[in-house]
Design a protein around this ligand. Sequence first.
Ligand SMILES: Cc1ncc(COP(=O)(O)O)c(C=O)c1O
Length: 423
Amino acid sequence: MGTARIVFDRWDGRYARRMARVRSSAVRDLFAAASRPDIISFAGGMPEVSRVPAEAAANAAYEAVIHEGSCALQYGSSEGRPALRAQIVELMAEIGVRLTADDIVVTAGAQQGLDLLAKTFLDPGDTVIAEGPTYVGALQAFSAYEPDIVCVPMDDGGMRIDALETELARLGPRGAKFIYTIPNFQNPAGVTLRPDRRRRLLELAREYDIPVIEDDPYGRLRFEGGHVKPLRALDDDVIYLGTFSKIFAPGLRLGWMTAPGPILAKVLLAKQAADLCGSAFAQVTAERYFSGTRWRRVLQGLTRTYAERRDAMLGAMEEHFPAEVRWTRPEGGFFVWAELPEFIDAGVLLAEAVEHGVTFVPGSAFYPDNRGRNCMRLAFCYAEPEAIEEGIRRLSEVVEDRLELYRAFIAAGALPEVTEGVA
Ligand SMILES: Cc1ncc(COP(=O)(O)O)c(C=O)c1O
């Protein structure tokens, strides 16, 4: 799996201290195993790009070069092309956020937004508040700037505001540099922040004078239930990250950030140092792709596909998983979070699962401090429903084997029974 080879590094001791904190992403490491044809992967949160009509993407890219080559092949402005930013204004208006093009900076995916915000806000020893578990790419981006990352637990209604309040009271006003949240179909937990909690979170952020970063890659991938207004629609001070990765294709590496003017100006400086400007070619291609209405039908089709896969996964888990396992029931997005009894280490389980031809990401990847060891993130976005059913059946055998051992220990009085969990 990944680069397990131990290599003598003669440059060790020269690297910046911050690199010691940056862990390799377990998800990236799993890509090698996931690409074996006999393996059913619940590991990577990869969009089903095969459902994006190849000729629509090809036409957009062709037109970018043929009709706008002098821009598409040239350097562009750091904030991004005005035409694309105007399209983003419309996309945001559809989810209840009113902006002008000046409020937007185009980024190389939401991931670059996270990195730029970390670069802009964080000094070593600063505190960041995030959900626990949280997005592994955010942990990577933040860790390089050496903050303490405080994780607030979630339940079915998203971040637990009582727990947030406790942390804020402990840290005091301005006690954290920012609060990072993924309110819709959270990665990895799959849960959505309830509307009342959104309002309360914003009240608390104001009271304690702490900026909020809202990362929303999955908001448009809702299978059921009504649209919930983004935090940014409720408060102009929220920093919002959007992306084309899930509504078009991650290969373009295109996303956007909107933030209060002074923050955006600082981020822009950070971005100039990072890449001068984003890919003009990708931006013109996206402009062409989003200029008609076909993308809407494609997105509807994609969302239906993900919904079928979610149903396949939840149905198979219901049928095959032992009673001791608990899991979330996402209303959209890509992920189910499953919690095993506390004494089971999902990392150990993974090695056995790979032997049985199925992968997932162990929960500890989503915490800064190795919590979540008994949890698994199961991505339903990428495998076909039949493969999902087979993959869950295989995984349930591995889990069942472990649990038999665990039950035997309990029967012998060697382990306390675990009754509480967060899933
Ligand atoms: C919560 C979250 N944020 C950000 C990203 C990064 O997305 P991208 O850089 O492709 O826009 C992802 C990707 O999976 C994600 O799940």
